[in-house]
Every structure is written in structure tokens, then in C-alpha cells.
Write a protein that binds this ligand. Structure first.
Ligand code: ZN
Length: 213
């Protein structure tokens, strides 16, 4: 055993010794974490304020609170999963986690890209769930923000539904089917909740040719 192993180390600096600079960095980092919590709270408020079916709102609410039973969350609850069970159903190459399922999975990324291409808008896709929701809502003009929030909720709801259908019913997880399903669902939401203040027919909706976000 070395002398170093038995001595106190200040973990906030690489040298292991206390400095005001490293203490300041630690406080700053904890404030960032605290701010992330408040961003979550704001996002959760926005979810409840967005006109959408209750099942989609509940899924988004659970997602933003990191309460969906994805494999990483099940492990946190000490639920043991086999190697195969813990894999992502969509790509079958990575372990499933909330961030992987909704953002990072290469197949999920293609769904988000497909949706952005449909709307004719591009923009950053942060790797944090609440930041992703916020960035998506701000992709277009301000007047379309409610629609974009609802679309994010619809997309994450469909992603979760497909994950469950694939995992528990053995249904194939297909990017094109998901994108089509999202477009059709959000079309019907728009009819009921008047998310947009302009109209277009169903075929133009599906192609997105008339969109101006
Ligand atoms: Zn995956």
C-alpha cells in the first residue's frame, strides 16, 4: 500500500490538492446541475400546457422526469436483466438507456432527421432530454412552437410505443413506418387541437411541400 492511498485527496482537482479555483469549478458545476433540474420543471410545465392526448402527455412527463422503465432505469431499481434483454430493440447494438432510446440510437436519429426534413428545418439535437425538447420547440418560428412541442411529444410517444411493441410483441421496428405514423397522428391531433393557424390538405401534409416553419 502506498502512502498516497491512505491520504486525503481533493477530488475536484486533478492534482488532488485543494485550490480556490477547483472549489469554484465544483460550485459552478453543481449550479449547472441545479439549473438542469429547473429546465426540467419548465419543460414539464410546457408538456402539460401543450394540447395533446393525455397518453402522450403522460409519456412525455415520465420521460422528462426520467421515470420510464427503460433498461438503465430498471437496473437502478435493482431489476436484473440478461445481456440480450438489456439491448436496444431498434439497433440491437447498444445497451438500452433512456437517452439512447429517444436520442442517441442511430435508428432514432434517423426518425428525428426524417421529421426535420419533413418540416424543412434543421437545427441542433442536444443529448439531454429536456434540452432536446426545448431545442426542437425552437426550431421554427415562434407562432409554431405549440405545434412543435406537440410533435416532439407525438414522436417520443410513438418511439416508446414502438419500443414496447418490438420488445413485448416482436413487431419489427421500421424507421419509415414510424415517421409515417408520426405524421398521421399529428395530423389528427392538429384537426382536434388546432395546433397550427393555417390549413393544408392531407396529401400536402404528408409530403410537407407547403410547410413554412
Ligand atoms: Zn439503439
Amino acid at each position: 500500500m502506498t502512502g498516497e492511498a491512505n491520504s486525503w485527496r481533493w477530488c475536484a482537482s486533478s492534482e488532488g490538492s485543494f485550490s480556490t479555483k477547483s472549489a469554484y469549478a465544483l460550485v459552478k458545476a453543481s449550479r449547472i446541475i441545479a439549473n438542469q433540474t429547473s429546465i426540467n420543471k419548465e419543460s414539464i410545465k410546457q408538456v402539460w400546457a401543450t394540447p395533446a392526448p393525455q397518453k402522450a402527455r403522460v409519456t412525455s412527463w415520465r420521460l422528462l422526469r426520467n421515470k420510464l422503465p427503460t433498461c438503465d432505469n430498471l437496473r437502478k431499481r435493482n431489476i436484473q436483466l440478461g445481456e440480450e434483454e438489456a439491448m436496444c430493440n431498434a439497433c440491437c447494438q447498444h445497451y438500452e438507456s433512456t437517452v439512447h432510446t429517444f436520442i442517441e440510437c442511430p435508428k432514432t436519429e434517423k426518425v428525428w432527421t426524417g421529421i426535420q426534413n419533413w418540416l424543412g428545418i434543421s437545427g441542433p439535437r442536444p443529448q439531454d432530454i429536456a434540452a432536446h425538447f426545448d431545442a426542437f420547440a425552437n426550431l421554427g418560428r415562434k407562432r409554431n412552437r405549440i405545434f412543435l412541442r406537440a410533435l416532439w411529444m407525438c414522436t417520443t410517444w410513438i418511439l416508446w410505443k414502438s419500443r414496447n411493441e418490438s420488445r413485448f410483441e416482436g413487431r419489427p421496428w421500421k424507421i419509415e413506418n414510424l415517421i409515417r405514423d408520426i405524421k398521421v397522428r399529428v395530423w389528427s391531433w392538429n384537426k382536434v387541437f388546432k395546433l397550427l393557424d393555417w390549413n393544408c390538405n392531407f396529401s400536402s401534409w404528408m409530403t410537407g411541400d407547403m410547410f413554412m416553419f
